[in-house]
Design a protein around this ligand. Structure first.
Ligand code: GTR
Length: 434
């Protein structure tokens, strides 16, 4: 009985796509562990961990066009989408350079008969040329034995990149190649740090520095690109992941319409933005991506805009840091990032102890994207009550789980994501051959 008003209220609220603050409903299947909240609230008093202290917020309507009209059909939506992605570029992830380049792939090494399942592996050099400059980064690709075209999963790997040798032999939970292959998927990975170094002074050593030199513009006096909306590392990582699609399109074994992208944490932020910028990604998965990824900025729960832009000023465009402490003024919020991926399927995960990433904010962002899916005549999650730990919730194009434990990309997360991809990709003709 007590639930009814909530359900009714939020049913209405979602329809009008404004989501005000709400306290956790007593007895909800998932709520942050109260002991952990108490500890964090004491040890990190500058950050918000108590749900009851999240201040009232109103999310931008994801269907609102500049000028005040609301998108009511697919044609309006494409205009609205264009306006929305421009806002994300201008205020958050920055604008990629509009420069000509060529990309060449060189297979440096190949292995066959891998993992006891006759899979093959390739270590590939991705070489980009623009102007008089050349830049390259590594990519690893593993292909299971099959007679039909296969779906593929591109992993934006944030760790020290595994060597070809270790990736083809080790059982690695963070990138479980054998598991992916046994499920009938091509496994591909690119390395964030090789595309654009994950450090504040890495600009000139990475892809962005390369494009800057290639543009023939004068040398930089500062450590990074000037301009409040210049692209930064997250966008560069997503750009690199798009080159993996270019390569996968050259492989006869791959179905080009079935390429998914996944990333963990900063890699999850990059994966969502990669899918927003490149519609060739057919599915996106963000694992524990938190602030600047799946989590709503306006909740300011756990990691905040102030904190992330101080710790990692080279991830987001410079303008984003100006929203520190004034999240309600960002022209977009992260539900609209999910909206940019619609009508394509999208999956997000949280970890129960990963309060820094704001599990509830990650979940609510997905829910608040539902009006976009609805407009595009697709089903999505609309229930604002989170699922319980270990429950997988999939409604149409949108999937989510929250597992127990800490921040991390686990085999568990991979299996759930592959299950989700299966529901969209597996057809009777691409069931893996045994
Ligand atoms: C944290 C950061 C998060 C998240 C994570 C990661 O330190 O605050 O935004 O991205 O790193 O990438 O591991």
């Amino acid at each position: 009985m007590i639930r009814l008003p909530f359900v009714f209220l939020f049913g209405f609220v979602i329809a009008s796509s404004v989501l005000p603050r709400r306290d956790a409903v007593a007895g909800e299947p998932w709520a942050a562990d109260s002991e952990q909240v108490k500890k964090l609230a004491t040890s990190q008093p500058l950050f918000l961990y108590e749900e009851s202290k999240v201040t009232e917020y109103v999310l931008p309507d994801p269907l609102l066009l500049d000028g005040g009209n609301r998108a009511v059909n697919a044609e309006d939506w494409s205009e609205c989408r264009e306006q929305t992605i421009e806002k994300f570029r201008a205020h958050m992830y920055g604008r990629r350079p509009d420069m000509e380049y060529t990309v060449k792939f060189e297979t440096l090494s190949e292995k066959s008969n891998l993992f006891g399942i006759e899979a093959t592996g390739k270590s590939v050099k991705v070489e980009i040329k623009s102007g008089n400059e050349t830049y390259s980064f590594p990519m690893l690709v593993f292909i299971p034995k099959a007679t039909n075209k296969l779906p593929a999963i591109v992993h934006i790997d944030i760790r020290e990149f595994p060597t070809f040798e270790s990736a083809s032999t080790k059982d690695d939970d963070f990138w479980p190649v054998k598991e992916i292959l046994s499920r009938g998927y091509v496994a591909c990975a690119v390395s964030t740090i090789a595309i654009d170094p994950d450090r504040a002074d890495g600009f000139s050593d990475g892809l962005r520095g390369f494009f800057h030199r290639a543009s023939g513009k004068p040398d930089l006096t500062g450590p990074d690109l000037p301009g409040v909306d210049a692209w930064k590392a997250l966008s560069a990582w997503g750009w690199g992941a798009s080159r993996a699609i270019d390569f996968l399109h050259t492989l006869a074994e791959v179905d080009p319409s079935k390429i998914a992208v996944i990333g963990h944490s900063r890699g999850g932020k990059a994966a969502l933005w990669a899918a927003a910028e490149d519609p060739r990604f057919a599915i996106a998965c963000s694992n524990n991506s938190g602030c600047g990824g799946a989590a709503l900025s306006r909740r300011a729960y756990g990691e905040t805009v102030a904190r992330i832009t101080t710790s990692f000023p080279y991830w987001f465009c410079d303008r984003f840091s100006s929203y520190a402490g004034r999240e309600s003024e960002i022209p977009v919020d992260q539900h609209q990032l999910f909206g940019l991926i619609a009508p394509r399927p999208v999956y997000a995960t949280s970890a129960g102890d990963d309060l820094w990433a704001d599990p509830r904010g990650e979940y609510l962002a997905m829910v608040a994207a539902a009006p976009v899916y609805k407009l595009l005549e697709k089903e999505a999650i609309t229930n604002v009550v989170m699922p319980s730990l270990n429950e997988t919730r999939i409604v149409g194009q949108v999937g989510y789980h929250i597992r127990p434990g800490k921040h991390g990309l686990w085999r568990y997360d991979w299996i759930k994501f592959i299950d989700f991809c299966d529901t969209h990709f597996v057809t009777p003709t691409n069931v893996p051959s045994k």
